[in-house]
Write a protein that binds this ligand. Structure first.
Ligand code: MN
Length: 199
């Protein structure tokens, strides 16, 4: 032991900061319970590997690597999600600068991007994410729909902006109205943070 473990990254703002788009109660539950569970899950897998290697026992490697991808995906996407949001009243709106230009160039307009990204989010079957990624091969932003935390992930495409549409992300505040959550969520997007991710 003594090796590095995964850590639960604290929120970059107060638990009340995103209200009323995301209430304090929901943010606490989402960060302190759901996000934390993926961090703990990933660390538990590291321990299983360490134990089995030490004892020379076999693992179900197909199952454990799948589980690792799920938990690591969960912890990574939640980190990005918290980072790409900012306090109500100081966030949202139409982005300018390099990110605004990159979006307009790829999607034609910000409105068109918003419409496509929202549709990616609303059409997730069950649990998943909408993501704006940057594909280095073509140096262009692209949309991705991630199922769970790890299915349809495009390796090496840099994650610029994500929206969590698992039920746990909105149910407490919006019940089953995912569409309303998505609509309101645009008001807490931190475009400065998104732009910083743009290569
Ligand atoms: Mn979540």
């Amino acid at each position: 032991m003594g090796e590095k473990q995964y850590q639960l990254q604290p929120l970059p703002y107060d638990y009340k900061a995103l209200a009323p788009v995301i209430s304090e109660d929901l943010l606490r539950l989402h960060h302190d319970k759901h996000h934390a569970a993926y961090v703990n899950g990933a660390n538990a897998i590291l321990q299983k590997f360490e134990k089995a290697r030490k004892e020379g026992t076999d693992l179900d490697l197909k199952a454990i690597t799948k589980e690792y991808s799920f938990h690591f995906g969960g912890l990574f996407l939640h980190e990005r999600f918290w980072q790409n949001m900012g306090p109500t009243g100081k966030s949202g709106g139409k982005p300018g600068g390099r990110i605004g230009d990159a979006i307009e160039k790829e999607f034609g307009s910000f409105e068109r991007f918003k419409k496509e990204f929202s549709a990616v989010a609303s059409s997730v079957e069950g649990s998943g994410w909408a993501a704006l990624v940057f594909c280095g091969h073509i140096e262009r932003p692209q949309l991705v729909q991630i199922e769970k935390h790890n299915v349809n992930v495009t390796p090496q495409q840099k994650v610029l902006l994500v929206l969590d549409v698992w039920e746990h992300a909105y149910y407490l505040d919006y019940k089953n109205d995912r569409g309303k959550f998505i609509e309101n969520w645009w008001n807490v997007v931190n475009w400065d943070a998104v732009e910083k991710r743009l290569p």
